[in-house]
Design a protein around this ligand. Structure first.
Ligand SMILES: [Zn+2]
Length: 253
């Protein structure tokens, strides 16, 4: 039993323990090419958060990891079989209710650790700040914590070499053999600025990729996944340690 994991602890252990920072993992339930499970984002995110929290807790951080939210914003994938979409307004409502509980119990710092590209908490955090002025809420995307180019040969972003390597390390029993994976070939927009990323529009996923993957997973290995996991969890633990000890009224130098 890890006392810093809310799902594992109990009322007696929790008691009136001081908690400086709550951590909320947020994933998605969606197809990941042919070979990875629908829960890929949830497994990755919860395992990364769990390990980073363990390291931070060992160094004295007073933290609590909340149960992860397994559904994300999948508005561009409504036609992909049983991808579960929750709308951004629903996501905001869930986040607001969780924030309200934390605020009532004087846990005034919250870190949302996101593992799904369709989730975007920035504007929600701005709006929550209007209603909950005592709260400090931060968000991070774990997949951006370190430079993926230092670990993987092929990029992509969805069910790619990175995600496949990570899952080979974390939950190999849930993967189909790699020779059954699609190539993760993705079409680009016809509009140049949208590919340059300074203009943005949502991608209609099923028109972009035939196997739901974006990025070739064929060079994935367990060893690459382990190296990446260790780098990401180390970096995330540093963020957790810093946020846990930071004073809400002393955030700037
Ligand atoms: Zn994913």
């Amino acid at each position: 039993m890890n006392p810093y994991i809310l799902a594992e602890t109990n009322w007696k252990t929790l008691g009136n323990a001081e908690i400086d920072l709550a951590i909320l993992p947020w994933g998605a339930t969606e197809a990941h090419n042919f070979h990875l499970p629908y829960s890929t984002d949830n497994i990755e995110t919860e395992r990364i958060v769990g390990e980073a929290a363990r390291m931070a807790s060992e160094k004295g951080s007073k933290i609590i990891v909340l149960p992860g939210i397994p559904y994300g914003v999948n508005t561009g994938q409504l036609d992909i079989r049983v991808n579960i979409n929750i709308n951004p307004s629903t996501q905001f409502a869930i986040l607001k209710d969780i924030t309200d509980v934390l605020n009532r119990h004087s846990i005034h710092k919250l870190l949302i650790v996101n593992g799904h590209g369709g989730n975007d908490f920035k504007q929600m955090i701005r709006e929550l700040g209007v209603s909950y002025s005592e709260m400090f809420i931060a968000t991070c995307n774990w997949y951006q914590a370190v430079d993926q180019n230092e670990f993987f040969e092929e990029g992509g972003g969805h069910a790619d070499e990175m995600e496949t390597s990570l899952m080979l390390y974390l939950a190999p029993e849930l993967l189909l053999p790699l020779d059954q994976a699609g190539k993760g070939v993705a079409k680009k927009f016809r509009v140049k600025a949208l590919n340059e990323k300074w203009a943005w529009s949502e991608r209609k996923w099923s028109k972009v990729t035939a196997d739901t993957g974006i990025g070739d997973p064929s060079k994935a290995t367990r060893e690459k996944g382990e190296r990446f996991f260790n780098a990401v969890t180390h970096k995330l633990s540093e963020l957790i340690i810093e946020l846990a000890s930071a004073g809400i009224n002393d955030m700037y130098v």
